[in-house]
Design a protein around this ligand. Structure first.
Ligand SMILES: Nc1ncnc2c1ncn2[C@@H]1O[C@H](COP(=O)(O)OP(=O)(O)OP(=O)(O)O)[C@@H](O)[C@H]1O
Ligand SMILES: [Mg+2]
Length: 465
């Protein structure tokens, strides 16, 4: 899809050259500006997908410009063009949320490749936003993020099933979103004004569970001083979500079957039945087929529950959704913790995509939450990612992106990365204790301090982990 690309540089020749490369090599529209302020003005009133900007310009400098763009349009991708600016400034720009920096002089392919990468990513984000907007307009907004075919299909089916009263069985591994899907079904149903009540069948012993679900009458058992309504009655007209149904005891299974078949149940100790109109949604991460074979789960109940089945895929089966989910959680936790973290660096996204999340979306969400809490920049970078504590902190490849740098700059960049990675490992090893770290490294404390300062690291951070 064609988008708009802004080029900001005070050198006219550079504007012409870049514009030619882009218009010849892509079908994107290009606007050029020699004044960053004029560019900013234009950007505020027009959609822009990508901005190429020089670092040193009269008026406001590139870093200031970048901040302003991020403030006005946080999602805009910014590529820094750097000639005589030092690499540190470019690195600083990345920390502030720039997507990438390209040093001048550059190769045509480098520019085209970068545009291609950014636009592909943009398209995915846009697609998801459009989908969510369309749903919101139809009044059936789903709080679920996902753009892969498997998820789009799931969303369609949720929308179809939600307004009916059909019983739904949701299966899937831990953290795949079973409860969220159940809530989405309720919110998009005609019952949404009534209650959604969730109960976990694995946490309570059967007798207590029975009185929780169906209520009891006074004197039904020791401690039953008065009549108590059950959740089925509380959820009358609404939805009852039975989580981990695979762990429900046999006795209760037959009572639930009766509720499903006749809409009828009996409070503990009562002599007459009650009726309730509840929609049941059940979830499990068990293989119920196996449970049925082993006679742990009633087959007839299974068929009653399994009127509509949603099988939620593990995150590993839809890794393409990881970038979207990561950004979604980034916005969520940046808001909750009031942090100015606006973006995730492409490398960090890449690391997330290649990481295994056995705890699925919940694990990814926890990872982003943790990382946002500790992140000290506007962009969450590879080294800010706090993946599962048991796993190694991921680092960028030392030599990534150095192919078009001069020897001097390449050495500078690699050395900087080396410092950061070495210090990370060292400080983690020594729990952030500087004296111990200096000891292990065989260098003076003062020198270690200086290196840490240059890499933007503090001992504090490592004492928290
Ligand atoms: N498609 C999604 N988009 C956004 N957030 C999601 C999505 N799916 C799940 N989540 C989030 O991931 C977390 C885990 O989801 P949820 O509790 O629904 O999983 P679950 O399958 O019920 O897990 P468990 O089996 O461990 O109970 C929640 O915080 C939920 O909001
Ligand atoms: Mg759950």
């Amino acid at each position: 899809m064609a988008g708009t690309i802004l080029i900001v540089d005070d050198e006219k020749d550079m504007l012409t050259l870049l514009k030619r490369i882009i218009t010849e090599g892509t079908d994107h529209e290009v606007r050029t500006f020699s004044s960053p302020l004029a560019a900013l003005e234009w950007l505020k009133n027009n959609p822009v997908e990508l901005v190429f900007t020089d670092l040193k310009m009269p008026g406001i400098d590139g870093i200031q410009f970048l901040k302003e763009v991020k403030r006005a349009k946080p999602r805009t991708c910014i590529i820094i063009l750097t000639a005589y600016a030092t690499i540190e400034t470019a690195v600083e720009a990345i920390k502030m949320g720039a997507y990438e920096y390209i040093s001048k002089p550059f190769k045509r392919e480098r520019i085209l490749l970068t545009i291609n990468k950014v636009m592909k990513w943009e398209e995915m984000v846009r697609e998801n936003l459009a989908l969510r907007r369309a749903l919101a307009e139809k009044g059936d907004y789903l709080p679920l993020v996902g753009a892969t075919p498997i998820m789009k299909d799931l969303f369609d089916r949720i929308r179809q099933v939600a307004p009916t009263t059909a019983t739904v069985l949701i299966t899937g591994a831990t953290g795949t979103g079973k409860e969220l899907v159940a809530r989405a079904i309720h919110q998009n149903s005609l019952r949404k004004e009534k209650r959604f009540i969730a109960i976990n069948c694995a946490t309570l012993p059967d007798q207590i569970m029975e009185s929780e679900l169906f209520g009891h009458v006074k004197g039904a058992f020791t401690g039953a001083w008065r009549d108590k309504k059950g959740l089925v009655e509380e959820a009358d007209g609404g939805t009852l979500f039975l989580d981990e149904i695979g762990d429900m005891g046999q006795g209760l299974q037959s009572k639930l079957l009766r509720l499903l078949q006749e809409g009828e149940y009996r409070p503990v100790g009562a002599t007459v039945s009650k009726y309730a109109d509840v929609r049941i949604i059940a979830a499990t991460n068990h293989d119920l087929g196996e449970d049925i074979r082993k006679k742990r789960f009633r087959e007839d109940l299974y068929y009653r529950l399994n009127v509509v089945r949603f099988e939620l895929p593990p995150l590993a089966a839809r890794k393409e959704d990881i970038p979207l989910l990561a950004h979604h959680f980034l916005r969520k936790y940046a808001r909750i913790y009031q942090k100015d973290v606006l973006d995730i660096s492409p490398l960090a996204v890449q690391i997330l995509v290649s990481h295994d999340f056995p705890g699925n979306i919940r694990e990814l969400e926890n990872c982003i939450e943790r990382s946002v809490i500790f992140c000290r920049n506007m962009t969450l970078k590879a080294e800010d990612l706090l993946l599962d504590n048991k796993q190694e902190t991921p680092f960028p490849d030392l030599s990534e992106g150095i192919s078009d740098l001069s020897f001097k700059k390449a050495r500078e960049v690699m050395l900087q990365r080396f410092h950061r990675q070495y210090l990370h490992i060292l400080l983690r090893e020594s729990d952030g204790n500087i004296t111990r770290a200096a000891d292990i490294a065989g260098i003076k404390r003062q020198y270690l301090h200086r290196l840490m300062k240059q890499s933007g690291l503090s001992g504090e951070d490592f004492r928290h982990k």
